[in-house]
Design a protein around this ligand. Sequence first.
Ligand code: HEC
Length: 130
Amino acid sequence: MRKFLIAALTALAGSTALADEFTEADLERWAAQFESVAQEGRNLWTSPELGTNGVACAQCHPNAANTHPETYPKFQKQLGRVAQMWEMINWCIRNPLEGEDLAPGDPRMTALLAYIAKERRGVPLEPGKH
Ligand code: HEC
């Protein structure tokens, strides 16, 4: 079994090196795309456009404070079950902002998630933590 695993891993390492070719220019382009989406998230964060009452995320979560992305998925008492972070983002859109849920794959949701993750870069994952 162990022998088989090592052989399989060696084969995999060899083939990913071949299959996954990319250049410095690709890396720069991908990093720039990420930065631009995170910046869009920052813009949404500080604007009232996700809601109907003039409130913005940044008023209660300046620089994404108290969002704890590293603790998801986790039990959320507002929802009564283990939830993902986008569900709590929608909870805040519906409640403090009096707005409407974003679909999980909405580019604006991706932008908010990118901004939060960027602000908390380097924090160790602690799923389920309170
Ligand atoms: C009026 C203040 C207020 C505003 C505005 C607000 N939130 Fe929250 N947010 C809260 C409170 C209160 C909680 C619940 C804290 C808890 O019990 O985990 C929370 C929780 C969260 C969490 C989960 C935090 C955790 O520790 O698990 C996320 C993510 C979040 N908010 C994102 C947002 C986003 C995105 C927006 C803007 C669309 C927003 N919030 C706007 C007050 C606010």
